[in-house]
Design a protein around this ligand. Structure first.
Ligand code: FES
Length: 574
């Protein structure tokens, strides 16, 4: 067994090369005994002060290390890039694939037998899962945990969700700028990622639902002592995973993805999970399409009453029992595959069989759910989105789910922002705001700009929602009747590129359709007169990105990164 470990190619080597590998490591104070053939465990840490959601991961890494030592492994922490959602421009999503590529190559290039992946902010979790899937060494995910509930005046406020709400209050004149400044410090009051059911919390739950994270660990707040206990347990467990050769390829099966899709529906998770799960599936060769998300989610009720769709936050979800309660309920209702193996070495059902619900207001029962089945994220098709589009019903206004209106078209989010407060803007409550140029290639990076704020004039008139259509994404913390991920995007000549102000559009969510009322002949005329927008990127990473990124319905991964490249030990360097 020992000789089959990857690390043996380095640390068990004799002669000059072996001496180089061991000797330089010993400058950190490691004794000779760590090279005795024990599993070498990498701890991939995306800690960074530029990614505040991940800033505490060094502490989490210390707990993982403790566990690895306890179980007889040799832990080695290494930094990875961190894609922080709040600061990175033009969008952290532009760098998800770069991070995935970096983590994959770091694991393969080094003497690692197993890895623990530390993530937090939105893109860092999928990037690490994509990497682990492609290199396929035994891996356990440990997400960094959500922030404590935000507390502003007498209410709980959710990161992200209340940024939009406060902006609306400010624009409508119901809140002052001073109150907004004060609220900033109340919203983010501890280490951790967003504590709404935004993309970070969703992806933490997806890692757990896929079987790549220990049961219950998605929800412990970042500053809760049990977050560190969980991390320590992950460190212990990964050593056994190496012994058992339980690799991501054995865990990330089609059934595991089907479970994740259903869990996403039950938690009212982010639409971004669709793109990330498609990308991860692409790395392990699991056939997954947009239609799977609609078909599998249709009979799953939303159980969690969490922001942005509901009232509570991740801390409440944790104290109510966390994701194992949701998964147990779904297993009992025959809505999950019970059998897939997980990083615990046990099945999904075995992991959650004892999970108890401590607060049925937060985690509602399947029989009396927060929202009934069929109200989750819908996948739309039609002549405006031949490759599909998505809409999060639970974050939308029910009365707008069937809507016909005239388009007001903008070629970019910036173009809209420049005029949205203009009292003369030609809009009424029925207008459909069309924002294009926000797709993977066009922006580039497919940013979260789709839920543009409503025009100030409509907010002042008391309008709280309008239909918006965009080829970009929406933050998992966002809300509104927003058609997202329109595919193909406008920059590659999708029909969205040919919509003109005044065209009529029908959104029919119950029938899963999005229709542009322009006949084919006219659409073809517009297509022939259309020229793709030029790209200013002639070199560098963004050039690579624009030339190789796939469309949203394929996970927006790079075409050349799909599939697994395995964990074979590379050639010697000495
Ligand atoms: Fe990092 Fe929300 S900004 S998780």
């Amino acid at each position: 067994m020992t000789s089959e470990r990857r690390s043996a190619a380095w640390f068990s080597a004799t002669g000059r090369a072996g001496m180089i590998y061991r000797s330089w490591m010993r400058n950190q104070g490691f004794g000779a005994e760590v090279f005795d053939g024990r599993p070498v465990i990498g701890i991939a840490t995306s800690a960074s002060e530029l990614a505040p959601c991940n800033a505490h991961l060094h502490r989490v890494a210390e707990a993982v290390k403790r566990g690895v030592w306890q179980a007889g492994g040799f832990p080695l922490e290494f930094p990875t890039m961190a894609t922080g959602e709040t600061l990175m421009r033009p969008t952290a999503m532009l760098y998800r694939n770069l991070m995935a590529m970096e983590v994959e190559e770091l694991i393969r290039a080094n003497p690692l037998d197993g890895v623990v992946l530390l993530s937090g902010c939105d893109k860092t979790t999928p990037a690490m899962l994509m990497a682990a899937a492609s290199v396929d060494v035994p891996a356990v995910m440990v997400t960094g945990g959500p922030m404590l509930n935000g507390k502003y005046k007498d209410m709980d406020v959710g990161s992200g969700t209340h940024v939009w709400k406060f902006e609306e209050e400010l624009k409508a004149g119901r809140m002052t700028q001073e109150e907004c400044f004060f609220a900033e410090g109340c919203m983010a009051r501890s280490n951790g990622h967003c504590m709404t059911m935004g993309t970070a919390s969703t992806m933490a739950c997806m890692a757990e639902a896929l079987g790549m994270q220990l049961p219950g660990s998605a929800t412990w707040p970042a500053v809760d002592a049990r977050r560190f206990e969980t991390a320590q347990a992950a460190g212990q467990r990964v050593v056994s995973l190496v012994e058992e050769e339980l690799r991501p390829s054995k865990i990330l099966t089609r059934q595991a993805f089907e479970n994740a899709i259903r869990v996403n529906a039950a938690i009212g998770g982010s639409t971004n999970a669709i793109i990330h799960l498609l990308a991860i599936a692409g790395r392990v060769g699991v056939e997954l399409g947009l239609h799977d998300f609609d078909a599998l989610a249709r009979d799953v009720p939303t159980l969690l009453d969490l922001m942005p769709s509901g009232r509570f936050l991740m801390e409440d979800f944790c104290y109510a029992g966390g994701l194992p309660v949701v998964m147990r309920q779904l297993v009992e209702a025959d809505l999950l595959h019970a059998g897939p193996i997980t990083v615990t070495g046990k099945s999904v059902a075995d992991n959650v069989t004892d999970a108890e619900c401590w607060n049925a207001e937060v985690i509602t029962p399947v029989a009396e759910p927060f929202q009934p089945a069929g109200t989750g994220t819908a996948v739309l098709t039609g002549n405006l989105c031949p490759g599909g589009a998505v809409l999060k019903q639970s974050a939308a206004s029910p009365e707008l789910l069937t809507h016909k209106g005239k388009a007001l078209v903008f070629d970019s989010a910036e173009e809209y922002h420049a005029v949205c407060d203009d009292p003369e803007l030609p809009v009424d409550a029925s207008t459909v705001l069309v924002i294009r140029g926000a797709g993977p290639k066009g922006y580039p990076g497919m940013p979260e700009v789709s839920n543009v704020p409503l025009p100030a004039k409509m907010l002042k008139a008391g309008v709280t929602d309008m239909v918006r259509i965009c080829d970009g994404r929406m933050s998992g913390t966002g809300y509104g009747t927003v058609v997202l991920h329109v595919t193909p995007e406008s920059a590659v000549g999708g029909p969205l590129a040919f919509v003109r102000t005044g065209d009529e559009i029908t959104l029919d969510v119950p029938n899963r359709s999005l229709t542009l009322h322009v006949d084919d002949e006219e659409l073809n005329r517009r297509r022939e007169a259309w020229a793709p927008p030029g790209s200013p990127y002639t070199s560098g990473y963004t050039w690579l990105y624009t030339h190789h990124v796939l469309q949203a319905d394929e996970g927006a991964d790079f075409d050349f990164l799909q599939g697994s490249r395995g964990h074979a030990v590379p050639r010697d360097s000495h």
